[in-house]
Design a protein around this ligand. Structure first.
Ligand code: ADP
Length: 459
């Protein structure tokens, strides 16, 4: 029961309403009791004052005179209203007819100038409210006791209790039934929502839950679900495109190898011809191996399971190492390679991956540069970041293409004409930077060159 929202709501409702209803019932009962007892006390006080006034004014000392003079119920026998007058020495001076008729009297009390109210057992063995007050009269001390049976008050209170005991559970029952009904109705919408989600498969990732027709409370849930579906769809689409592009790029060297084999094997060839064919085959196998390695690297970087071996590193040393591997290629095109800036720039990162990042950026700066061009690598420290910029004087990238160069397999038309490539280098660079908690920016001017600026959290 507690695992369902309906059950939990009903239980909470039951607990809260039980506490509220019982407190409310108790509050009403106590206040009614207070009002009723207060009213009895008021009667008793008036009666005592009336009797004291009579005695003072008329010096009435006989029961008959008093019972005639005392108004209303107090003058009648068996009315449940009593009074008794006693002198300072304890002698009873007068009794109400309700006491004298049954030949009983009230116990002689201690004298008290202040009115003393109490609930006691009356002469009829029932509950009674009693007021005792002593007056100083010219004839001496006079203690007046006035009592009133609480039978009627108790009867009223009992009735009230019964009414409360009937009304509150009925009200509670009606409310809880209503609550269960409303909860069921509201949760039905969640069931419909769940049914809709169940119909979405990998073939219908474009489907969305209709947020507008849902209740206000379910709208944020539907919006989050739709956003999540958007991300999943995008990631599925990226994977599909990645697979298609990878197969397409692997097909070209495969076709070249196949046609070389077919042509070479179609008849007997000279030794030189075999060497040329095998050389072409080797070049294309190398191309395929390079591409396969890059594809593997991209999917490796995509996986959360990939472990980065982090250590404190000097970024200038890593850059210098990467430059060394590129020097021969750069000098073939007469491109100058220069490194400047903070030679003690420290960073906590994965040495192999950061070297790969530098190599890819410098490789591009060489590949897309002009003959006699230049490459400037600058290392600096900005706030808490290590900043590395790789600037070249190459072909540049037009502004509308800048946002696409980090997409997998993307190559600009200009670069296709310049050199071969896989279109995976920059997506590897970006993934490495992001896994180090950094970011990359590009500034470029077609025909003048590009700057790739890397920001990494410094040690
Ligand atoms: P690849 O260099 O193998 O084609 P990359 O992912 O490294 O793949 O780069 C993607 C594309 O971005 C390149 O094909 C090229 O069009 C463009 N590009 C990258 N670096 C530069 C650069 N330094 N100058 C001009 N264009 C660049």
């Amino acid at each position: 029961m507690l695992s369902s929202i309906k059950g939990r709501l009903a239980l909470w409702f039951f607990l809260i309403f039980s506490v509220i209803f019982s407190s409310f019932g108790l509050f009403l009962y106590h206040n009614l009791e207070k009002v009723l007892i207060g009213s009895v006390d008021g009667h008793l006080h008036s009666e005592v004052q009336l009797i004291a006034g009579l005695i003072r004014a008329e010096k009435a000392e006989h029961e008959a005179e008093l019972s005639e003079a005392a108004v209303g119920e107090y003058g009648r026998p068996l009315s449940g209203h009593y009074y008794q007058l006693s002198a300072g020495d304890g002698t009873i001076i007068a009794l109400s007819p309700s006491l004298s008729i049954v030949g009983t009297s009230l116990p002689i009390p201690k004298t008290s100038k202040i009115p003393q109210y109490s609930s006691v057992i009356g002469p009829d063995k029932g509950p009674m409210r009693l007021l005792i007050q002593t007056f100083d009269l010219p004839s001496g001390e006079l203690t007046i006791q006035a009592g009133e049976s609480l039978e009627e008050t108790n009867f009223l209170l009992k009735r009230f209790k019964k009414i409360i005991a009937l009304i509150l559970p009925a009200y509670f029952f009606i409310s809880i039934t209503g609550l269960i009904f409303i909860t069921r109705l509201s949760l039905k919408r969640i069931d419909l929502f769940a049914n809709k989600i169940e119909t979405i498969t990998e073939k219908s990732l474009g489907e969305r839950v209709d947020e507008i027709s849902l209740e206000k409370e379910l709208k944020p849930l539907a919006a989050s679900f739709n956003t999540m579906m958007g991300h999943i769809e995008e990631s599925f689409e990226k994977q599909r495109r990645f697979l298609a592009d990878a197969s397409h790029d692997l097909k070209t060297p495969q076709s070249i190898i196949k046609s070389y084999c077919d042509v070479t094997l179609s008849k007997a060839r000279s030794g030189d011809e075999y060497i040329e064919a095998l050389d072409t085959i080797r070049q294309n196998v190398e191309k395929m191996t390079g591409l396969t390695n890059r594809i593997l690297k991209v999917s490796e970087l995509d996986s959360d399971a990939l472990i980065f071996h982090r250590e404190d590193l000097n970024l200038a040393e890593i850059a210098a190492k990467a430059i060394k591997t590129m020097e021969a290629k750069a000098s073939r095109n007469n491109i100058s390679l220069k490194i400047s800036g903070d030679s003690k720039l420290m960073l906590n990162g994965d040495k192999a991956r950061l070297t790969e990042m530098f190599s890819n950026l410098i490789d591009n700066a060489v590949k897309y540069n002009k003959h006699n061009g230049s490459i400037d690598i600058k290392l600096s420290h900005q706030d808490n970041e290590a900043v590395v910029s790789v600037k070249d004087s190459g072909i540049g990238i037009s502004s509308e293409k800048i946002n696409m160069i980090f997409d997998r397999f993307y190559r600009t038309d200009e670069s296709r004409g310049v050199t071969e490539g896989s279109g995976l280098g920059l997506s590897i660079v970006k993934a490495i930077i992001e896994r180090h908690g950094g970011r990359i920016e590009v500034k470029s001017e077609p025909g003048k060159g590009s700057s790739f600026i890397v920001y990494l959290p410094a040690s």
